[in-house]
Write a protein that binds this ligand. Structure first.
Ligand code: FES
Ligand SMILES: [Fe+2]
Length: 319
């Protein structure tokens, strides 16, 4: 058994920022323990497949080309349609039935491209929404990006949000009086209020109010109200069963501030989000997953969370 008793969860995961997959582009990725390829066809729609050609196994993300709405293999030129089905073998009239690439459903939300992973290849059983802030001209664009590879599992990372006691030790935030969480189907909602010193602004104090929504174990949006109003989109994409790509995108509301006023101060204010995100890394990377943790009464949320998280695994996704 690996480090965790669970494998890769089912759900939506951030593949890449939409603007990083240009029309006609082909990109390779390694997530959910697999080699993946994504391309954007003539229609502007993005598609995500397993990367290796069913013919002789070439990697479609290395030298593959977009032809109209299809993806062409670099080795012998077979072409695959947006569903992953082979539609052309240049030197044969016959197309084998099994000439198909595994196709991962994908959606673009808020300038990000997500793919749906399911251990048994079942279709999506929940959706992820658009954030109104992303479409509001009073919010900055593009996402200010932060990205890390962390030696842990995304279930462990999200567990922190219901772990009220760790905020004081790790994040220097006393949230105990104001931390709430609720589970709704495939969503986890939590909110907290706390005073906090902003390390990137010489320790000025901020009065924070955070409202968070998570869809599955791989994606969440945090709305933070403090000296500024910000929206933080977090993607937790499994690279394999023990490694996660964590990406944070941050935008902020201008509230009448000019670009000049926004730029330096805003960047420093928003940089604090990345500081807070990294504060847990040394814990996650070195901890054990205790299946029977010693929970105090105020820590019941952790047990509830673990129970909720079970719905994202198939019988075959055991670690
Ligand atoms: S390996 Fe892809 S067409 Fe031959
Ligand atoms: Fe934390």
């Amino acid at each position: 058994m690996g480090r965790y008793p669970f494998g890769i969860p089912n759900g939506w995961f951030l593949l890449t920022y939409s603007e990083d997959l240009a029309p006609g582009a082909v990109e390779r990725f390694h997530y959910v323990g697999r080699e993946l390829v994504a391309y954007r066809g003539a229609s502007g729609e993005a598609h995500v497949f397993d990367a290796h050609c069913p013919h002789l196994g070439a990697h479609l993300g290395v030298g593959g080309k977009v032809v109209g709405d299809t993806l062409q293999c670099p080795f012998h030129g077979w072409r695959f349609d947006p569903n992953g089905r082979c539609v052309d073998v240049p030197y044969s009239d016959r197309i084998p039935n099994q000439a198909k690439l595994r196709n991962y459903p994908s959606v673009e939300r808020n300038g990000m491209l997500f793919f749906w992973y399911h251990a048994e290849d079942h279709p999506p059983f929940f959706e992820i929404p658009d954030a109104p802030e992303w479409h509001n001209p009073d919010f900055t664009r593009p996402w200010i990006r932060h990205e890390w590879t962390v030696q842990t599992h995304c279930q462990e990372m999200q567990e922190n949000s219901v772990d009220g006691e760790h905020f004081a030790n790790i994040h220097r935030m006393d949230v105990r009086a104001q931390l709430h969480h609720e589970f709704h189907g495939y969503e986890l909602h939590w909110s907290l209020g706390a005073r906090k010193e902003i390390s990137t602004l010489e320790g000025t104090e901020d009065e924070l109010r955070l409202e968070s929504e998570s869809w599955g174990l791989g994606y969440n949006l945090v709305r933070q109200q403090g000296q500024m109003q910000t929206l933080v989109a977090t993607g937790l994409t499994p690279i394999d069963e023990e490694t996660t790509q964590m990406r944070l995108g941050v935008i902020a509301k201008r509230d009448g501030r000019s670009d000049d006023e926004m730029s330096e101060w805003m960047e420093r204010y928003m940089a604090e989000h990345a500081v807070v995100a990294t504060e847990d890394f040394h814990i996650w990377e070195n901890k054990l997953y205790r299946q029977q943790p010693l929970l105090m009464q105020s820590e019941n949320g952790i047990a509830e969370y673990r129970n909720w998280a079970k719905r994202f695994y198939s019988p075959t996704s055991e670690g």
